[in-house]
Design a protein around this ligand. Structure first.
Ligand SMILES: Cc1cc2nc3c(=O)[nH]c(=O)nc-3n(C[C@H](O)[C@H](O)[C@H](O)COP(=O)(O)OP(=O)(O)OC[C@H]3O[C@@H](n4cnc5c(N)ncnc54)[C@H](O)[C@@H]3O)c2cc1C
Length: 384
């Protein structure tokens, strides 16, 4: 069989949220774009994450991008149609259960005010309890140093989404606007020749003016192969658990200041529990590990906030392969070589950013000014 040979202006590698959102924004602006995905759309981190649409607690450098993303989330049906119904805005709260958490929360609220950001506010205990009446009174147990809830940081309008539906929504919207998406297409080599990228895959050869590297935890391998300097990307497997259905008691997404926890209750009544707990990942075998003892620490914390959770059966645990950078900030920017743009390394908090990252990657491809500065995310920051 003669290998297929395709020619495009832009090839995106990776069908996670970043790649699909970039494909959508490029296609919407009339670019000829093909996305190549080695497995299925949303097969990895983007489809199996906790779906937290969270501005709360972002690194200061990431806040403008996160706010830009929220603008898109708030009008998502204009971009991806009915799939946007998979986003459930509510509010996000991180409560203080001990003195270090209280001090850190107050300091954070103050620092953000001083930096001119209004979205994170400190609410006292009475306000928090008014909004979440089922919250436990006395929090002191295994794995918890605390006692009483003394208040918390809140962001109105943050919430959660069913992640794979959102990613699929961007992919479908990209196709409606003229993009081509090819699944089960593994990019095996990538080289720049005669001012074009030559892309060799298991499903034929491709040629493009510009390559956008949205290959998640696999992205540094691709970058290296294309001749870029080494980028310090490490793969891990953040973990989650989901319970059986329980009566509705939680209308927010919750965390604890100074302790790792992410907790939400879906509209089915099920609790999704995780946040910050991770196992090993093997990118070559496509394998994400699971450590039940580690994950149990999140379950204990969740059950201390809401004693009912202690009675809820865990029905499934899982993890996904995610790429982390040493400074926990993503890599978003032009590579050293002509026609190469990177968008990866989201360090377990890239889902909420996705819509704005897709838009920014489209800007970079088209030589336009992104709506927020990407300086903190420069791929070159590690070689300086
Ligand atoms: C369990 C878990 C919980 C999380 N919770 C949250 C949360 O609540 N909120 C939040 O904001 N973020 C969260 N995250 C992080 C978020 O999911 C990721 O940051 C984000 O999905 C990364 O998107 P991506 O498109 O860069 O990567 P991915 O989704 O990994 O997509 C990259 C794609 O590239 C493909 N690919 C790789 N190499 C090749 C190749 N050579 N050829 C073709 N295709 C290739 C892969 O198959 C993959 O599908 C969580 C992550 C996990 C795993």
């Amino acid at each position: 069989m003669t290998p297929q040979h395709h020619k495009d202006r832009v090839i995106i590698i990776g069908g996670g949220i970043q790649g699909c959102a970039a494909a959508y924004f490029l296609a919407k602006r009339g670019q000829t774009v093909t996305l190549l995905e080695k497995d299925n759309i949303a097969r990895h981190a983007s489809g199996v994450n906790a779906g937290g649409v969270r501005r709360l607690g972002r690194d200061l450098a990431e806040i403008p991008l996160s706010l830009a993303a929220m603008d898109i989330w708030n009008h998502l049906s204009d971009e991806i149609g009915d799939a946007a119904m998979a986003f459930h805005p509510s509010f996000y709260v991180k409560v203080a259960i001990d003195e270090p958490g209280h001090i850190a929360g107050m300091a954070r609220a103050e620092a953000l005010q001083q930096a001119g950001f209004q979205h994170e506010v400190w609410l006292d205990e009475t306000e928090i309890r008014k909004r979440i009446p089922c919250l436990a009174r006395n929090i002191s147990a295994k794995n918890m140093a605390g006692g009483e809830i003394s208040g918390g940081l809140v962001v109105e309008g943050d919430g959660w989404a069913i992640p794979w539906r959102i990613v699929r929504g961007f992919a479908d919207a990209a196709v409606r606007n003229g993009a081509t998406i090819t699944e089960h297409c593994h990019v095996e080599s990538l080289k720049r020749q005669n001012n074009m990228w030559q892309i060799h895959t298991n499903a034929g050869d491709f040629e493009a003016d510009i390559v956008v590297n949205c290959a998640g935890a696999w992205a540094a391998d691709l970058a290296r192969q294309s001749g870029e300097p080494d980028l310090p990307l490490t793969a891990y497997a953040p973990m989650l658990a989901v319970t059986e259905r329980r009566p509705q008691i939680l209308n927010a997404v919750m965390g604890i200041l100074g302790h790792t926890l992410s907790l939400k209750q879906l509209d089915t009544g099920q609790f999704v529990i995780g946040g910050g707990v991770r196992a090993d990942a093997d990118i070559h075998q496509n394998e994400a590990g699971l450590s039940i003892p580690e994950l149990a620490t999140s379950m204990y914390r969740a059950a201390q906030l809401f004693p009912d959770i202690a009675h809820a059966k865990i029905i499934r645990c899982w993890s996904g392969i995610e790429g982390y950078m040493p400074d926990n900030l993503p890599v978003i920017g032009r590579g050293n070589q002509d026609g190469l743009v990177h968008g990866f390394g989201f360090s377990a908090h890239g889902f909420q950013l996705g819509p704005a990252v897709g838009e920014a990657l489209a800007d970079l491809v088209m030589g336009q000014q992104p709506r927020t500065s990407l300086a903190a995310f420069s791929p070159q920051r590690f070689s300086a």
